[in-house]
Design a protein around this ligand. Sequence first.
Ligand code: FAD
Ligand code: NAP
Length: 326
Amino acid sequence: MQTPSLLILGSGAAGCTAAIYAARAGLKPTLIRGNQPGGQLTITTDVENYPGFAQTIQGPWLMEQMEAQARHCGAEIVEDHIVKAELSPENPITRKSDNPIKLTGQSGQTYTAPSLIIATGATAKWLGLPGEKTFNGKGVSACATCDGAFYRGRDVCVVGGGNTAMEEALYLAGIAKSVTLIHRRDTFRGEKVLQERVKNHDKITTLWNHKVDEILGDPHPITGGVTGLKLSNTQTGQTQELKTHGLFVAIGHQPNTQLFTGQLDMDETGYLKTAPGTVFALHNGKSLPGIFAAGDVADPIYRQAVTAAGMGCMAALDANRYLESL
Ligand code: FAD
Ligand code: NAP
């Protein structure tokens, strides 16, 4: 393996874009793919909102192309998943050394460099029902902006009671015939303004005190899809079946930042904090030189492939500036 000037953690849209820009800037980036090569877009099918493609494209194909482009530009791509990160934020001697960043992979390999782009993404939380895997991309989704258009004029459900669930329900109400918002309690935890909008929307019905017990449907890989849900009342235990074409799970996202606990600043959910308007990662409110955070790992709001790619570009340009300054 070459000695990299820049390590990039993650092979989603943010990591691959950072690798393309860094390689073209003449840096020697090494991108570590992680245990989900290609990132979240590899678990979806149709992508219709990534600019540049008039026809619907497939998520896994798009990510193959991004990685191939990064290789073509000269990025080194390594098969490993990082299990330990040592950024030494409070060790002035290590920080002043040539390679203050040390990562250890599950392969046992260690990686050192003066600069790091963290693009480890975020993982949607799921209910843990078997049907979520069976019907993923065929009626079950965790992203209304991504998959909502496939439910035009159809009946859909959203599960969750936070801001994300309410935003997903409102977004879907502009597309679908009807939206049933299923929440396990009798109050939302999200903002009042969203609660009002949900309450007043004539296409949205809220089913309070209910949980999803089973996803019903035809599991055929091509012609199959979701047909309904088995629900139960969390207060009375009473069960019912609800006909629906789609289930949007919106019970929160978990950013993949455990590696950096105590080393980088995070918000209360675990998203990496960055200096306002930049991709500079922070330690105790100050940017930690040479360390950048791009994509969903630092973005609790937009969480789109195109925004992740944009942040990956910013991180590579800033890493280049930082390395030139050394
Ligand atoms: P991710 O794609 O999450 O990639 C993270 C990368 O980090 C992975 O390669 C993983 O292997 C790596 N990694 C994690 N931990 C480690 C570690 N410890 N060591 C090394 N590597 C690590 N967006 C759209 O714009 N359009 C869509 O149509 C769309 N559809 C979606 C459908 C679904 C089902 C989902 C879940 C999301 C969808 N999104 C869509 C959102 C989009 O996928 C994300 O915004 C985008 O993938 C974020 O890219 P990222 O590079 O920040 O992170
Ligand atoms: P969240 O606030 O953690 O809410 C998750 C919701 O899912 C809660 O209502 C929770 O129920 C429910 N839930 C969790 N696990 C569940 C399970 N296993 N089964 C059924 N329901 C379950 O997550 P979020 O809505 O994704 O928001 C995350 C953060 O991003 C929040 O800080 C939010 O404010 C922010 N955000 C902001 C905006 C905005 O500003 N417009 C938009 C989106 C997100 P309980 O209520 O019973 O716990």
